[in-house]
Design a binder for this molecule. Sequence first.
Ligand SMILES: *Cc1c(COP(=O)(O)O)cnc(C)c1O
Length: 374
Amino acid sequence: MRIYLSRPHMSGHEEQRVSEAFASNFVAPLGPQLDAFEASVRDYLGADVHCVGLSSGSAALHLALRIAGVGPGDEVWISSMTFAGGIFPLNYLGATPRFFDLSPDTWTIDTARLSDELAKASTENRLPKAIVPTDLYGQSVDLDVLEDLAAQYDVRLILDSAESLGASYQNGRKAGTGGDAAILSFNGNKIITTSGGGMLVTPHKDWADEARFLATQARDPAPHYEHSTYGYNYRLSNICAAIGLGQMEVLDDRVARRREIFARYEEALSRPGITFMPEPEGQRSTRWLTALTIDTDVVGKSREDIRLMLLEHEIESRPLWKPMHMQPLYDGAPYHGTGFDEGLFRDGLCLPSGSDMLNDQQDEVIDRIKDLLG
Ligand SMILES: *Cc1c(COP(=O)(O)O)cnc(C)c1O
């Protein structure tokens, strides 16, 4: 049986929730299950936020950027090491990215570098419209520092928390509760899934209202269809939200299991030349995927040696995200960093981390890697 990187993992209650939606005929992009799902995420986050269920995390980012006022020619400063869905919405709006490296201590955006560049940009009158840092592999960015910077320079802060629902930052503060907005993803491979879906989480009621308006074709109040701006069909299906309700029941279990998987790998595979993603003091990552780097000179094998060996045995692993400043699409875009993220891409591997993976399966992954490394 193939061992996957990260698969959907149902609780057993999702089908019942979907049946309830069918019974009431709310087979539509709105309905009581969607309302309940939004409320459930808000309660979980335990903060004074508004939650808007959407068709994907990318859709959530698109709306957040548009509401932040990002338009053609505007700069958005963003973690280079991220997933396509966490940046393509800039292109939808004609905005330009400026890329930032990660801090080696946290593997999240290098806030010292960001701070220096904001100071420079401020004196030159070219501040960005928004900053979009990514909670990489489920680890919260440094919210306190980022919120201070955003306030100091009056720049909108939008957090890409697609991989970090269930993580906490400091003092139990949940990832996804910071900035002007955070985006969540319920894609099939994330911590919890609605088959596909996303959410905009914001402390601003007017942002949430605007998101709901834009996500339902920007319909002005009138009996007929009246439009003073253009919108999108971005709401989350009520059926998908029903799946999400079943998933919210087990969110903490899913995070605990992913963390356990990470800890088992770390315990079994730690050796000179293998570096696991760090976790800053006081923080709790979801450990969405177990991410590590292989120093070929020390270990004697490369990331690709391991990945290809695993693949031969029907075990799925994957290089870390390829930084966006290295992508042909963003060739020539400004980048601030030392290339730490380039090194992560060159040497980094994500191991199978699905919360439904059995210990026996993980042991097989571990044993095969140990055999290869000798
Ligand atoms: C998954 C993901 C997204 C996009 O979410 P979708 O729901 O797939 O559109 C955005 N950013 C990051 C970092 C992600 O991992």
